[in-house]
Design a protein around this ligand. Structure first.
Ligand code: ATP
Ligand code: MG
Length: 265
């Protein structure tokens, strides 16, 4: 499954959710590739690869079929987790180009992703060319939000962007769901926004939300998965396990529906 993690709004937890799911995938023994599409390179920093011979911006600049294979490196997380790293030069590739440019990442990944059970694309906080390339390469879009007004508007825009890419550029793409991150205990405003989300997106909302925990930032600072952040990270890690299971199930159901529709399988 190729999963793009996105939101229009910055700082809501895209990278935290993307790599939370990678921690879950590692626990489940899934061979996983992370593609960091954000010039801030937060996912790359957290995964701590030892060397970066080629970055995601080199891959996009080249664009030849299968070239992404040359940019895959091992991460500091060990066992089965690889990355195509981001660098600051990616920011020069975020203005929307031609329709053909939208397929650069997808083409570069040609056959490369067959070796993986899961490919996670961490998108930047904008709907520019980098996120567009991510959505064109992906099969599933996972939208991250916080339970606040601006974040919810950003989530709605991300849902719409995924729908536009799905109908115009990539019919393989489905919206896997919306994850609410960083839920604090006892907030009337958050309760209200969560209720609103449940009403507007009864099918898309993945429950339960991810709570706010100091262990998340500890894990990021230490360059380890949340699953290795001790007792404080346990509840968050378990929520990510549930989100991964739900997302993979939706992807499999979609594949089954399609093979029934086309008479295959
Ligand atoms: N569940 C959580 N508990 C505690 N802190 C969190 C949680 N989720 C995210 N954070 C913190 O919030 C900040 C933003 O998270 P993150 O970098 O994952 O967001 P992002 O959406 O990827 O941001 P950007 O838009 O800049 O890419 C980080 O400092 C992260 O450690
Ligand atoms: Mg991020």
């Amino acid at each position: 499954m190729l999963l793009a993690v996105l939101s229009q709004k910055g700082g809501v937890g895209k990278t935290t959710v993307a790599l939370g799911l990678v921690g879950s995938a590692q626990r489940a023994g899934l061979r996983t590739l992370v593609i960091d599409l954000d010039p801030q390179a937060n996912a790359t920093l957290w995964l701590a690869p030892r060397e970066i011979p080629l970055s995601a911006s080199d891959v996009l600049a080249d664009g030849r079929p299968g070239i992404a294979a040359d940019a895959i490196v091992r991460t500091g997380w060990g066992g089965e987790i690889d990355v195509i790293a981001a660098d600051a030069a990616l920011s020069h590739r975020n203005s929307v180009g031609t329709v053909d440019d939208a397929y650069r990442l997808r083409r570069s990944l040609d056959t490369v992703t067959h070796d993986y059970d899961l490919v996670v694309l961490d998108c930047p906080p904008s709907m520019g060319e980098l996120t567009r390339n991510g959505l064109v390469a992906a099969q599933s879009a996972l939208i991250v939000t916080e339970a606040g007004y601006f974040a919810l508007r950003g989530a709605q825009q991300a849902v719409e962007s995924a729908q536009i890419v799905s109908s115009a550029l990539n019919p393989d793409l489905v919206t896997a769901g919306i994850v609410v991150n960083r839920l604090r205990g006892r907030s009337k405003e958050q309760d209200f926004r969560l209720k609103e989300l449940r009403e507007v997106y009864p099918k898309l909302l993945l429950e339960p939300p991810i709570p706010e925990r100091a262990a998340v930032q500890r894990a990021q600072g230490a360059g380890v998965p949340i699953h290795r952040a001790g007792q404080g990270g346990r509840q968050v890690a378990e929520r990510f396990d549930a989100v991964l299971t739900q997302t993979m199930r939706r992807s499999r159901d979609r594949d089954a529906d399609q093979s029934v529709a086309s008479g295959v399988g």
